[in-house]
Design a protein. Structure first.
Ligand SMILES: Cc1cc2nc3c(=O)[nH]c(=O)nc-3n(C[C@H](O)[C@H](O)[C@H](O)COP(=O)(O)OP(=O)(O)OC[C@H]3O[C@@H](n4cnc5c(N)ncnc54)[C@H](O)[C@@H]3O)c2cc1C
Length: 411
């Protein structure tokens, strides 16, 4: 038997964009259902960077203090090491934001916290293990979705459906949206290495001959991202575990003491990098946000934050009219209009960084990669370091929560 639900807003995907949209639409008084295909949020190696822009949103929602009680590390400068030479390119200490740091927090804490706050709203619900398989359409309008759940098929009817199901989006596929692929010359191999006592000023970005390794401080371990040329994973695996460990430890000596704890190449997970965007984000009854509207590269670690900014913009523009029953199809197009410039600008910077900084190190096998000129220039000027921090931390055109608060959010 098919179960049936009717809501104002159905959000497909319980990632950063989906849970934040769910919270904001429910807070504005719309009955909101989030559908997430996984049983929990405990997936590793998702982006873990919570930037000042997202922390600002938390503050505006009155959730910041409770949020920061979750375990996290704070990063106040972004530094890189190129063949042993350390260079600092951002200084968050003087940006105009409540939190002058990037918080590194496992993404499941972020998703769990936001859904925990949302669940206290009478208008919010979330269904886990609910995989959306199709759209329901009537007269050219999207009127809801079909999903598979452990209790059988589910049909959700909604006045607004939001696709937030990530880079492999089923919703964008079923809706027939055209995807403009911008391409990415890199992939990433994720793994973790136990971390011994903290050393001072550890860099995040490490470049050695032919290799780049990002080392994220996660307290008692490093989450490591080994950046490889696109499609290069098989070659890395073919070289074997010993070679991989040696290359990683030589690139980032801080992980060397415990690199032998990595005992199996199966613990090294490939994540394919894509950059793309849709030419349209909306159809009558349907809006796409987050990675499903524009997949982001990991460069700058800004994807989560852009996804959240989309959710805030969508709620600012649509939640009030949806709750009041005055939402029009023309309103949906306003979200892309507002968010396209920040997305395009960020993707442009990511493509430049990938092609001008990352790719040459990976492919030209420089014996001693040196810091790029732009990094040297920025690192010598406090003013430029603060501008860079603003760009990375707050992004282009930061969004502020303006959607109506018809139900009070509490942590
Ligand atoms: C290798 C790599 C590293 C990255 N590192 C970072 C980083 O450090 N910091 C950062 O900010 N960004 C990073 N990013 C980018 C970041 O992961 C994304 O930009 C961000 O997660 C997008 O959020 P989202 O909510 O739009 O989509 P997602 O996070 O992809 O969430 C989509 C959700 O939808 C669910 N879903 C999918 N299909 C269905 C369906 N049919 N039915 C129901 N649910 C469905 C998924 O299970 C998932 O929970 C990285 C990306 C890559 C590839």
């Amino acid at each position: 038997m098919t179960n049936v639900r009717e809501v104002d807003c159905c959000v497909v995907g319980g990632g950063p964009a989906g849970v934040m949209a769910g919270l904001l639409f429910a807070r504005a008084g719309c009955t909101t259902l989030v559908l997430e295909k996984h049983a929990d949020f405990l997936r590793d190696f998702r982006g873990d960077t919570v930037h000042p822009s997202t922390l600002e949103v938390m503050k505006e929602l009155g959730l910041l203090d409770a949020f920061l009680e979750r375990p996290h590390q704070q990063l106040t400068t972004l530094a890189g090491v190129f063949s042993g030479e350390r260079i600092e390119i951002t200084d968050f200490s003087r940006i105009d934001a409540a939190c002058k740091f990037i918080a590194f927090m496992p993404q499941w804490h972020f998703l769990d916290f936001v859904t925990g706050a949302a669940k206290r709203l009478p208008t919010f619900s979330i269904a886990m293990e609910a995989e959306v398989t199709d759209l329901i359409e009537s007269g050219g309008r999207v009127t809801g979705v079909r999903a598979q759940t452990p209790d059988g098929p589910l049909e959700v009817t909604a006045r607004l459906t939001i696709g937030a199901d990530g880079r492999g989006s089923t919703v964008r596929d079923r809706a027939g949206f055209e995807v403009e692929s911008i391409g990415a010359p890199i992939d990433v191999l994720w793994f973790r290495v136990p971390r011994e006592a903290r050393t001072q000023d550890e860099p995040l970005f490490n470049a050695g001959p032919g290799h780049i390794l990002i080392t994220i401080d996660r307290g008692d371990y490093y989450q490591c991202a080994f950046v490889i040329p696109k499609g290069g994973a098989e070659a890395v695996k073919a070289r074997g575990l010993d070679a991989f460990r040696a290359e990683a430890a030589a690139t980032a000596p801080q992980i060397a003491p415990r690199i032998d704890d990595l005992t199996d190449m199966d613990d090294v997970k490939l994540l394919t990098v894509a950059i793309d965007r849709l030419s349209r984000w909306a159809r009558p009854g349907l809006l796409m946000i987050g990675d499903s509207a524009h997949a982001m590269s990991p460069v700058g670690g800004v994807g989560i934050n852009l996804a959240i900014q989309d959710a805030v913009a969508a709620a600012n523009l649509l939640a009030g009219p949806l709750a009041d029953g005055t939402l029009t199809d023309a309103d949906l197009a306003k979200v892309r209009k507002r968010r396209l410039w920040p997305v395009k600008a960020t993707q442009f910077i990511q493509v430049m960084a990938q092609n001008r900084i990352v790719k040459p190190i990976l492919t030209e096998k420089q014996k001693r990669p040196r810091p790029p000129l732009i990094f040297r220039i920025v690192s010598r000027s406090g003013w430029l370091k603060r501008r860079a921090a603003r760009l990375v931390g707050l992004g282009v055109r930061p969004e502020h929560v303006r959607a109506p608060e018809r139900h009070k959010v509490g942590a």
